[in-house]
Design a protein. Structure first.
Length: 284
């Protein structure tokens, strides 16, 4: 079998057109969705992510503001900046780019963002609401994965999903979203004994490990759906995922490539969440 490639770039483009149309409608009502991105320090990768987020915001007709603080900024300075943004009615979404410098307590910072503007979906209130199946800002990468499957017409209810990785930003929440949609979910991680035993039973595998070419054809059941979240560089310095694409795509039913798979969906769902937050203001 040769897998169908799930074209994340194309699906993201389609979603962005829909978001831009909704943004225009809101603007006609006098509301411009606004996203504030806070960058502390000068991490090269973080700067690239932040620039992409700002550009996408503008492309979709939203307002975006970048707040830059130096590497040595204190936690108090950052918290006071977030407080200002929480109170600013032109800002509907606040994103603090992670990782933060070591001297800043990441959890404290995430908890200081108003849950009503937490478009990353990392605040414990939004995580709790997601877990209990209430309306919430869903974390962007997991949410993007669910949208990819929906757009491909791949059903989830009753499927066995094996998530490899249990981080707070990808592994744990994506498993929860699958559970919310009635899948049977197995989590694997670095302490899992016999990973292959679990993954080879999966109807859907989500690989969120951060190790290049970690999931091989032997890990995968014939015809399975393989979602590759990883963003790694191989020995040659080339961008690659957690899945050995060439061999796995010979066996899987569907597969996401890296790049142009899950990645473009993450930023798209951030835009979606910012739009949703702006729309929410109409309700209050
Ligand atoms: P983390 O490093 O936070 O988590 C990695 C997870 O993989 C951990 O739960 C770890 O287990 C598990 N793991 C590590 N080694 C093994 C192993 N040998 N066997 C089984 N499990 C293992 O990473 P993230 O979740 O933040 O990111 C994962 C990947 O996804 C990275 O490549 C990252 O760059 C990428 N990413 C991509 C995004 C996108 O938009 N496409 C967005 C976010 C991340 P344990 O908990 O036991 O340590």
């Amino acid at each position: 079998m040769t897998a169908v490639i799930i074209d994340g770039k194309e699906i993201a483009s389609k979603k962005k057109v829909e978001i831009a149309q909704e943004v225009q409608k809101l603007k006609e009502l006098g509301i411009t969705p606004g996203l504030a991105v806070v960058l502390v320090g000068n991490n090269h990768a973080s700067r690239t992510y932040v620039t992409n987020k700002e550009k996408t915001c503008r492309d979709l007709g939203m307002y975006s503001v970048l707040i830059e603080l130096p590497e040595e900024a204190s936690q108090e300075e950052l918290l006071s900046k977030i407080k200002e943004l929480n109170e600013n009615p032109a800002i509907h979404g606040i994103l603090v780019q992670l990782p933060l410098p070591k001297h800043i307590d990441e959890i404290r910072v995430i908890e200081s963002i108003s849950p009503l503007k937490d478009v990353d979906g990392f605040h414990p209130i939004n995580i709790g609401r997601m877990m209990t199946g209430q309306d919430a800002f869903l974390p962007c990468t997991p949410y993007g994965i669910m949208v990819l499957l929906e757009e491909m017409g791949i059903s989830v209810a009753g499927k066995h999903v094996v998530v490899v990785g249990r981080s707070n930003i990808v592994g744990k929440p994506v498993g929860q979203l699958f559970l919310n949609q009635h899948a049977t979910v197995t989590y694997c991680h670095s302490r899992t004994k016999d990973l292959q035993f679990h993954t080879s039973q999966a109807d859907i595998i989500v690989a969120a490990v951060g190790i290049a070419n970690f999931i091989k054809a032997d890990h995968v059941k014939e015809g399975a759906v393989v979602i590759d979240v990883g963003i790694n560089r191989n020995e040659a310095g080339k961008l690659c995922g957690d899945v050995a694409f060439d061999e796995v795509s010979e066996k899987a039913g569907y597969i996401t490539p890296v790049p142009k798979g899950v990645g473009p969906m993450t930023i798209t769902m951030l835009m979606y969440n910012t739009l949703k937050s702006a729309k929410n203001t109409l309700r209050f």
